[in-house]
Design a protein around this ligand. Sequence first.
Ligand SMILES: Cc1cc2nc3c(=O)[nH]c(=O)nc-3n(C[C@H](O)[C@H](O)[C@H](O)COP(=O)(O)O)c2cc1C
Ligand code: SF4
Ligand code: SF4
Length: 278
Amino acid sequence: MKIENVHLITFSPTHTSKRVGEAIVRGLGIENIKTVDLTFQELGEYEIPTTDMALISVPVYGGKVAPLALQRLEGIRSNGAPVVLVVVYGNRAYEKALQQLDAFVSERGFKVISGGTFIGEHSYSTSRNPIAVGRPDADDLQFAEEYGQKLLFKIQQATDLEHLYGVDVLRIQRPSQPIFPMLRFIWQLSQWRKQGVVMPRTPQVDANLCTHCGACVELCPTKAISMGEEGCVTEKEQCIKCCACVKMCPQKARSFDTPYAPLISGNFKKRKQNRIII
Ligand SMILES: Cc1cc2nc3c(=O)[nH]c(=O)nc-3n(C[C@H](O)[C@H](O)[C@H](O)COP(=O)(O)O)c2cc1C
Ligand code: SF4
Ligand code: SF4
């Protein structure tokens, strides 16, 4: 069968989910691509016809799909169009994210024909606490393109939509994870809970480095930053801790010193593999 258009829908404050989605679409080699980036906007009412296909690529926050991504996807609907689901996570774990996304799109009328779990540099990664630095790297992107080619093959093999079979994303293979670092991570979290460790709610700004250029105001997905007389101010309630402002401040004036960063950096060193189910 032939797909008329592919709708690449992403939410991607630090661009890894978007880059993975774009690489898959390159591999698909279908000419008509409609890219919808929900990092700065709601999708609104968006109906995908059965002649088209959707590819949704979103990050994992706390083992689930980033809540704002789901909120922005709320208006998506179809009457049976195929969809490919991709969750991108920072080398720790994606837990229930893929399953959650599957339930979300199935309720809205889609047929899930494939799923992928990919690694992206962790939002909290810094030079002091590196986590999956530079991912998706060249190997990841090649894997993603090859995934796109396999998807194209699956689509071409199907005589019609009825024969383009769905998958059970629960059957996707989990990446291997050494047991001791994971137990250490869980033990440390329980200690923090007992001790009542307070986590930072927003990134900090170094007033000596900030030039008041306003770039962070523009690239914050939730408009949590405003520029006042004293420099930029971050609204706690609106900040989703995505670290886009930290990673993209040209002066490196912003930092997010969460205790999670050394903990994840120390315990999830082993490179995890991207996985797909077709
Ligand atoms: C608030 C928050 C929570 C996160 N939780 C997880 C997690 O549970 N597991 C994980 O492996 N990575 C986690 N990450 C890392 C992101 O999933 C990862 O960096 C992803 O590549 C970011 O996607 P983006 O570049 O499209 O914004 C989290 C990041 C943030 C900001
Ligand atoms: S992007 Fe950096 S330098 Fe520019 S206003 Fe924001 S914190 Fe200051
Ligand atoms: S202020 Fe918060 S929500 Fe806005 S870009 Fe920075 S970390 Fe993300």
